[in-house]
Write a protein that binds this ligand. Structure first.
Ligand SMILES: Nc1ncnc2c1ncn2[C@@H]1O[C@H](COP(=O)(O)OP(=O)(O)OP(=O)(O)O)[C@@H](O)[C@H]1O
Ligand code: SF4
Ligand SMILES: [Mg+2]
Length: 322
């Protein structure tokens, strides 16, 4: 599989002020993140709240700049484009579907105008009938009846609103979609329908997805490749099989255990996430890790390359014969 987007050594630090006169402290939201989004595939980013998923998503979307590192597509480095045509390419080719379909759709606009709005923003002139035709085609692609174009977001269910958000993301014929928690606001029964729609669209249109979710089950269902984030660092990365069948990191094991039907959600992982303003020394996961030993409290763990695709950042990666 060729690579659509390559992220290299990316870091994003936010200065955070405690009080009016205190020195700002540095919050390391993302540290040294590197991964490749395969062309036509899905890279799934999974991690608990505050692990840096949306920070990474915003940088890939061009809505934020990294403190260090780069995001590139072939020879185009995002945010450093020298040619206008490259900048315009990115604004068209990389689109987003975000978590809250209600918050992101203007309640005063009708669905037709919402879906076509990116064309207006990009000042693409089209004849009225060509626009109508494109709108009908997009609504059909996302499984909504054509008459929905005259409705407003408030008249639609959560799942239908998310289909509208997907249609709007597709109107500029993108190559890459950043999906930040695209189903977490939806009922579980509706989640599967929207995920299946996203899979069908990926096959039909050859799209590459950067999928973000706190739910490993969602990420495992959708992704060809998975990265597990904790406090802004990759704990483990690999193909779906590397992560689901041969997980090497204690944190990934805990996330998998949390997905078991009888698990009490994330309580399978004990303890609280430490403050990102004061991450633990050594391995940042040591305060919650059942396998932690003395060295974990002092030294940052190395990256073990268990195979060409499978990387684990841990002093004592768990290896299985599976
Ligand atoms: N603009 C900002 N200024 C200061 N801190 C920020 C800013 N944006 C994010 N952060 C911090 O960076 C860390 C990562 O946040 P981020 O939103 O990327 O996490 P997330 O994994 O998307 O979490 P969630 O699952 O809750 O959406 C958090 O500690 C957050 O408070
Ligand atoms: S380095 Fe140590 S504390 Fe960190 S995950 Fe591995 S065993 Fe646990
Ligand atoms: Mg987020």
């Amino acid at each position: 599989m060729s690579t659509a987007i390559r992220v290299t050594d990316l870091a994003r630090t936010f200065p955070v002020r405690g009080g009016l006169f205190s020195q700002p402290r540095m919050l390391r939201a993302v540290e040294n993140a590197s991964f490749a989004l395969p062309s036509g595939g899905t890279f799934g980013l999974v991690g608990e709240s505050g692990s840096g998923k949306s920070t990474l998503a915003k940088i890939v979307l061009g809505a934020d700049q990294p403190t260090r590192g780069e995001v590139r597509f072939g020879d185009r480095v995002f945010g450093k484009e020298t040619r206008d045509s490259d900048r315009r390419w990115r604004q068209r080719a990389v689109q987003a579907v975000l978590q809250d379909p209600f918050g992101s759709l203007d309640p005063q606009m009708n669905i037709g105008d919402i879906v076509l709005e990116p064309l207006r923003i990009q000042r693409r002139g089209f004849a009225r009938d060509a626009l109508e035709k494109r709108l009908d085609e997009l609504l059909a692609q996302v499984g909504l009846p054509a008459e929905f174009k005259r409705r407003r977001p408030g008249e639609l269910s959560g799942g239908q609103r998310q289909r509208v958000a997907i249609a709007r993301a597709l109107v500029l014929e993108p190559e890459i979609l950043v999906l930040d928690e695209p189903v977490s606001a939806l009922d579980v029964s509706i989640q599967a329908q929207v995920l299946n729609l996203l899979k069908d669209l990926q096959d039909a249109l050859g799209l590459s997805y950067l999928l973000i979710s706190h739910d490993l089950a969602v990420v495992a269902f959708m992704s060809s490749h998975i990265g597990v984030l904790y406090l802004g660092r990759f704990m483990e990365q690999g193909t779906r099989e590397d992560i689901v069948q041969r997980a090497g990191h204690p944190y990934t094991h805990a996330l998998i255990a949390a997905c078991e039907p009888d698990a009490l959600d994330v309580q399978a992982i004990g303890g609280e996430i430490p403050s990102p303003l004061a991450p633990p020394a050594g391995c940042v996961f040591h305060t919650r890790c059942p396998c932690a030993r003395d060295v974990c409290r002092e030294d940052a763990p190395p990256v073990h390359r268990l195979s060409a695709t499978h990387h684990v950042t841990c002093h004592f990666p768990l290896t299985s014969k599976a």
